[in-house]
Design a protein around this ligand. Structure first.
Ligand code: ATP
Ligand code: MG
Length: 356
């Protein structure tokens, strides 16, 4: 029997649950000339959702994570690389004739087979313009290309004025739907909601939440039942109360519970034992994270481990507490979903056990 839970990479098919309204929403946008901006904390399921939506739409798409891009030239090169991967070389090679600066293209049988590079000589403006024009040219009104840019907030650090430059090109395109994803809430809001930003109201903004309890509960029960039996209802409820319905951690914990039941025939206190295991497995990572935090960070993290939903009374000025919380949110240790909470339930368990 195969473990029916999956975590860490994009989930599809039998591993994917819920998100019906979100899928419909993206589908509608793709059937128009509009764009989608999708924001959520890390590992809430942005990539999985978008992949499912574009695959269902049967439209050609390219996906690029801007965290992997180091310069404007590199962005131009990577966009072209994705185009060359998607369309047949014969269909797109003549596009290169129009390039004012011609990239070096290398092919190799290893990896994904093709590499496109521009010499890092200029500021990359011309290269990016030509690459973006190619996107529009290879696309067609009947089968418009979908361009997904992940961790979009990175444009602010890839090149000075890149936001302005990109926006100027994008607004002239008609055959492309952009889906722009980001996990840095404050930077994404700044890019799309600040009136002076070039991307102000560029598309419809959607915030992805956690998966609703009822749906996730049914999903877990169905998969745990063959190994956990009649206790699977309460085990699923325990799992969700610990992970607070966070998609990634829920799948991780459910996967651990399934293994304990299937391979070790554990019954009594199975969810607690699974949490213990996971926080022990990550002991070294947590230790390292903890060492990297300053005193004030640690106090806030400790405070967030206590049961009170709001930030408890740390004897510090409120402004200091909130700037600490904001820093911790930027680093991804704390998330805000109504109230502030420690992002990783196993790190939380580790802090309670070792540092309180
Ligand atoms: N619809 C879903 N149904 C079930 N599990 C899901 C779903 N969406 C996400 N998950 C769980 O969350 C994990 C992370 O999903 P995904 O990589 O899509 O999130 P992300 O927001 O793109 O993450 P990142 O911030 O790392 O890019 C998946 O591996 C899976 O375990
Ligand atoms: Mg992702």
């Amino acid at each position: 029997m195969k473990n029916p839970f999956k975590f860490g990479t994009i989930v599809e098919d039998e591993f994917f649950t819920d998100r019906t309204a979100e899928l419909r929403f993206i589908e509608h946008k793709l059937n128009s000339e509009n764009h989608v901006i999708l924001i959520s904390p890390r590992r809430f399921g942005k990539s999985s959702l978008v992949m499912k939506a574009v695959k269902t739409s049967k439209r050609p798409f390219i996906m690029l994570n801007l965290q992997k891009v180091v310069s404007v030239q590199d962005l131009a090169g990577n966009l072209l690389k994705e185009v060359f991967k998607l369309y047949r070389w014969e269909k797109v090679k003549h596009q290169l004739n129009h390039f004012r600066i011609v990239p070096t293209i290398t092919t190799s049988p290893m990896g994904d087979g093709i590499d496109v590079m521009f010499q890092p000589a200029s500021n990359g403006v011309v290269e990016l313009e030509d690459a973006m024009k190619t996107l529009e040219k290879v696309s067609s009104p009947e089968k418009r290309l979908v361009v997904i840019l992940d961790e979009f907030q990175e444009i602010m650090s890839i090149g000075k004025g890149l936001d302005k430059q990109l926006r100027a090109i994008m607004q002239l395109q008609h055959n492309i739907n952009y889906i722009l994803l980001g996990s840095q809430e404050s930077m994404m809001t700044e890019i799309f909601e600040r009136k002076k930003s070039p991307f102000y109201h560029f598309g419809t903004l959607m915030r992805l939440g956690k998966i609703p309890f009822d749906d996730f509960h049914a999903y877990i029960v169905e998969r745990l039942a063959p190994v956990v039996g009649t206790d699977s209802e309460s085990a699923a409820a325990d799992i969700l109360s610990i992970t607070d319905c966070h998609p990634y951690y829920t799948q991780q914990l459910a996967s651990q519970v399934w293994e304990l039941a299937h391979y070790e025939h554990v019954h009594e206190g199975i969810v607690d034992i699974a949490v213990e295991r996971l926080s022990d497995i990550h002991d070294l990572d947590f230790e390292r994270l903890w060492i990297g935090l300053n005193k004030m960070d640690r106090r806030v993290m400790q405070a967030l481990c206590s049961m009170t939903p709001n930030l408890p009374s740390i004897t510090q000025p409120t402004s200091t507490i909130y700037s600490t919380v904001n820093r911790l949110m930027k680093k991804g240790y704390v998330i805000k979903n109504g109230t502030y909470a420690i992002e990783d339930p196993f790190f939380k368990r580790w802090i309670i056990k070792n540092r309180l």
